[in-house]
Every structure is written in C-alpha cells, then in structure tokens.
Design a protein. Sequence first.
Length: 138
Amino acid sequence: MGLTDGVYQFASTDDVLTISGAYLRLDEERLRIERRLTALPERAPARDEAWQELEVILKQLAGLLAKLAALPSLSAEQMKAKAEVLGRALRPAIADPSVATADMLKLARALAHEVATSPGLPVAAQEQRGKQLRQAEN
C-alpha cells in the first residue's frame, strides 16, 4: 500500500483477510496523519495537505468497511479479522457515539449475523466456498 497521486493504493481483491489487513494498515496511516496534524501549528500550510490526505483515507476506510460487510466470512479466522476491524473502527465511537457510521453498523450487523448463525461457517459462506473450490478446479 502506498500513496499514488494522492490516493492510497492497496491490492484490489474480495478476500476478507486481505481487505481486513488493508483496513488495519490504512487506519495506521490515518493515525499517523492525525498525529502529524496535532503537532503542526494551526496556520501551517502542511495542515491543508494533511487534511486532504486524511479525507482520502477516511473515504477509503469507509469503502473497505462496506466491502467487509458485504462479504461472508468463510472461516473463523475471517470472522476474527472482521471483528478486529470492527473494534478498530468503533474505537472513536466509544468517546463519541455520533461518529459511528452506517458502514460500521452494517459490518457490526453482518458479523453478528454470521456469529449467531454459524456453528462453524454460515451456509452462504459454505456455498460460496464451494463455488470458489469448483472454479479453482477448472
């Protein structure tokens, strides 16, 4: 993942673990920029640049949350990865519940549904995993 033309690039894939990892790395970058912002004088020209970077990252983080909410977990490891992302995303909402976004809530509902309906794996995930295995065989 890196900054290219003002946009952070990461592998484009629909794998829960890859998307979760990208989210966590991008969130670390968000924290780094926020720390930089707080250290800069209020009228420093670098603040505008940092705010623009932060805006791009926040949009990408929201997109990754939406992707995770839409993808079924195919293993307990994937559910754990989603839970880690959800925990990281909701951390600011502990102090201020108004910062919880629709994407955060969608991921929370999707994960809760997966956990509630899964003795092992959700049926939809089992079906999708079967499709993936059949496609890999061809």
